[in-house]
Write a protein that binds this ligand. Structure first.
Ligand code: SAH
Length: 350
C-alpha cells in the first residue's frame, strides 16, 4: 500500500494541484490551505465548509502529521514556556515560547536529535534520530499559538537539530510559513541558525530569501573550533566566512554570529581580537552567549567580567554586539535539556 501523503507539508500550489487532480474545484485548495495554516485545525472533520464526502476522500488519501503537547514548563517570570511535543511515532521534541515586548518568539526544533556533535550541546548526545517534516516544524508554532491563544510574530530555528542538514524540509517550511494564505509571517521575522554547512549556506543564498542567517561560530580559528565543533574538521573558518560574504552579497541581509563563551576556552582577549579581524568588513552582528553547562560535560560559562571585556574589545572595533539575555534558566530552557531529562527518565523507567 502506498504511504499516505502528508497534506500539511504541501505548499499552497501543491494543494491546489492535488484538488485539481481529484476533480475538485480550484477554490477547495484555498479552503483546505486556510483550514490548515490559518485556522490551524488538526483534523479533516473540523473543515466544516467541505462536504462529508470530500472529507472522507481526504482521509483516505492524506494524513495530517502534527505534534501533541506532552509536557510544558513556564519560567517564574512567565516570559518563557518550554514545550515538550510528541510526534506521531512517539518520538519527542522541544520548542520554546518567549514573550518579548516587541512580540512573541518561538524557537523550534528541526530534527529529532542531531548528528553535528558540538561538545557543549545537549541535543546531540544521542545522535540523530530523524528529520522533521515541514509539517512537524510548522505544527510546533501552530500548537503554541493554539495553546497560548497569542499570535507568534518571530520564529527562530534554533532548537534541536541542524536545519541545513534537513535542507529541503526547511525550505518548504519557510515557504508555507510565509505564504499569504497561511500565517503569513514575514521572512524578515525568521532566523535560521546553522553550525556552518558551507555548501548549504551557498544554496540558501541562491534563493535570496530575506530571512536572517545565524552562524554558530564559537571560535575564531580552526584549531580551537575543531575542539568544540566536529563540523570544523569539514569546513574551515575561512570557508564559513566566504559563505557568509556570499550570503550577504546575494541577500543584503546582515549576518548574525553566535559565540558561546566557555570559561578558559574561547573567552580570552586573543580570541576577541582574532574574531574582530575575521569578521571586519562584513555587515554583521555578534551575539555573545554565556555557555549553559550540561551535566555530561565540564564546560562552565565565563564570568560576567570576561564577557564584558570580550564585548568591549568587539565594540572598540565597531562591531555590533549584544549579550544574550538568559531566559528561562529555571526551566532547563537551554538547548535540548528538557528533552534530554525526559528521555533519561524514560530510560530509568520513571
Ligand atoms: N544546529 C544549529 C541550531 C541549533 S543550536 C546551530 O548549530 O546553530 C542553537 C545555538 O545554541 C547554537 O549557536 C549552538 O551552538 C548553541 N548552543 C548549543 N548548546 C549550547 C549550550 N549548552 N550553551 C550555549 N549555547 C549552546
Amino acid at each position: 500500500m502506498n504511504e499516505k501523503k502528508d497534506l500539511k507539508s504541501c505548499s499552497y500550489e501543491e494543494i491546489a494541484q492535488e484538488m485539481k487532480d481529484m476533480g475538485e474545484k480550484a477554490f477547495r485548495g484555498k479552503q483546505i490551505y486556510e483550514w490548515l495554516h490559518k485556522k490551524l485545525v488538526t483534523d479533516f472533520d473540523e473543515m466544516s465548509n467541505l462536504s462529508k464526502d470530500l472529507r472522507e476522500t481526504l482521509k483516505e488519501h492524506y494524513v495530517l502529521s502534527g505534534v501533541q503537547m506532552a509536557d510544558s514548563r513556564t519560567s517564574k517570570d512567565g516570559e518563557t514556556t518550554k514545550y515538550l511535543f510528541r510526534l506521531s511515532d512517539d518520538r519527542v521534541i522541544e520548542s520554546v515560547w518567549m514573550k518579548y515586548h516587541h512580540g512573541n518568539s518561538v524557537c523550534i526544533s528541526s530534527q529529532v536529535g542531531c548528528r553535528m556533535g558540538c561538545q557543549f550541546c545537549a541535543s546531540t548526545l544521542g545522535g540523530l534520530e530523524r528529520n522533521l517534516s515541514a509539517s512537524e516544524m510548522l505544527s510546533q508554532i501552530y500548537e503554541i499559538q493554539r495553546l497560548s491563544g497569542e499570535r507568534v510574530s518571530n520564529v527562530v530555528v534554533m532548537g534541536t537539530g541542524e536545519p541545513l542538514d534537513n535542507y529541503d524540509n526547511l525550505v518548504k517550511f519557510i515557504q508555507i510559513l510565509t505564504d499569504e494564505h497561511g500565517l503569513n509571517i514575514s521572512q524578515r521575522n525568521i532566523t535560521v541558525s546553522t553550525c556552518g554547512l558551507v555548501p548549504k549556506i551557498k544554496e540558501l543564498a541562491e534563493k535570496q530569501l530575506q530571512i536572517t542567517l545565524a552562524i554558530s561560530l564559537h571560535a575564531p580559528n580552526d584549531e580551537l573550533r575543531r575542539t568544540l565543533m566536529p563540523v570544523a574538521n569539514k569546513y574551515s573558518v575561512k570557508d564559513v566566512m566566504e559563505a557568509c560574504f556570499y550570503y550577504y552579497q546575494k541577500t543584503g541581509r546582515r549576518i548574525t554570529f553566535e559565540y558561546s563563551l566557555v570559561e578558559g576556552i574561547n573567552d580570552g582577549e586573543h580570541e576577541a581580537n582574532q574574531l574582530c579581524q575575521l569578521i571586519k568588513g562584513l555587515n554583521c552582528h555578534v551575539n555573545l552567549i554565556p555557555v549553559n553547562s550540561i551535566k555530561e560535560r565540564n564546560f562552565r560559562h565565563s564570568s560576567i567580567q570576561f564577557i564584558q571585556k570580550f564585548k568591549n574589545i568587539l565594540e572598540k572595533n565597531r562591531i555590533n554586539v549584544t549579550i544574550r539575555r538568559e531566559m528561562g534558566a529555571d526551566i532547563d530552557a537551554a538547548c535540548g535539556q528538557l528533552r534530554k531529562s525526559y528521555m533519561d527518565d524514560m530510560q530509568k523507567g520513571d
